[in-house]
Design a protein around this ligand. Structure first.
Ligand code: 5RP
Length: 270
């Protein structure tokens, strides 16, 4: 891996632990203003310093986030559909690599829809993005999207999608936790992070998923709704950080969450 690529990736996957806690707020690119992201700037201000990286679109970045933040940016560069459209898989590359460089992104993210109608298009998009990333040292994150068909969250399906992304040359992959997750990790030669999916009934359900995924080899999480829609997003991030960076047990993380977070801005990561 070239120096620039390594350097960018090391801003996201922390070299001291080999792990990462990414905060995803890119949902608006096809879902519009979902709960707690009506004003993304307001939502992230008190919690951003507890995350290692921020995943979002260039529109929200430029309009809602201060340019003096130190958090590495994972820029969503795929889209072109909405939740109202016929098929979520009908995506294209929506951001030029030049613009990703202009906003100083540390990685670019694109969804692939393996098994969906536009599978081919999304995989060709991915390979193009990897070529462009290689040209300028930009890591690519493949998001193994499952669209509306959540039943596809099986180890067999996710192994297939993650492995294809890795074969295409991406630097890391985002997927979902599932039963048999260790098989997904074992057959994917690049680091994996997990999404949280729609808000679960309790915060403890999300902490359980994070804990199981880390135990089974994920390098981290790239979670959104289970953090920013939580009753206490700071406490949630603190608990997840303990799991991801310190190998804390589910029980310890739950106690951290129950202890509550600090309300307010600019508190230290820990
Ligand atoms: C949307 C995404 C989101 O970044 C991803 O799903 C993570 O957020 P959440 O934990 O809310 O699922 O890629 O397509």
């Amino acid at each position: 891996m070239d120096w620039g690529m390594k350097n960018r990736l090391s801003r996201i996957i922390k070299p001291d632990t080999g792990h990462t806690v990414m905060l995803a707020i890119d949902h608006g690119y096809f879902l519009g203003p979902i709960k707690k992201l009506e004003d993304p700037g307001e939502t992230i201000a008190p919690i951003l310093s507890y995350a290692d990286a921020l995943m979002l679109t260039r529109g929200v970045l430029r309009n809602c986030v201060d340019a003096d933040i130190q958090s590495p940016i994972v820029l969503r560069v795929s889209g072109g559909n909405s939740i109202l459209g016929k098929d979520l898989s009908n995506e294209d590359i929506t951001v030029a690599m030049k613009d990703a460089l202009r906003v100083n992104a540390s990685a670019v993210a694109l969804s692939i829809y393996v098994g969906a109608e536009y599978e081919h298009r999304t995989l060709v998009n991915l390979s193009r993005l990897v070529d462009e990333g290689q040209d300028c040292g930009m890591p690519v994150l493949a998001v193994t999207a499952v669209g509306k068909e959540l039943e596809k969250r099986s180890a067999r399906f996710l192994s297939l999608a993650c492995r294809i992304a890795a074969e295409m040359g991406v630097q890391f992959v985002k997927t979902y936790y599932c039963e048999g997750f260790e098989k997904v990790v074992k057959s994917c030669p690049v680091p994996l992070v997990i999404a949280g999916g729609p808000k679960l009934e309790t915060e403890f359900d999300a902490l359980r998923i994070a804990s199981e995924a880390i135990k089974r080899g994920a390098v981290g999480v790239d979670m959104g709704r289970n953090i920013f829609q939580s009753s206490d997003p700071v406490a949630m991030l603190k608990a997840i950080r303990a799991i991801v960076h310190e190998g804390a047990s589910f029980e310890k993380a739950s106690a951290i969450f129950k202890g509550g977070g600090v309300k307010g801005k600019g508190k230290k990561k820990g």
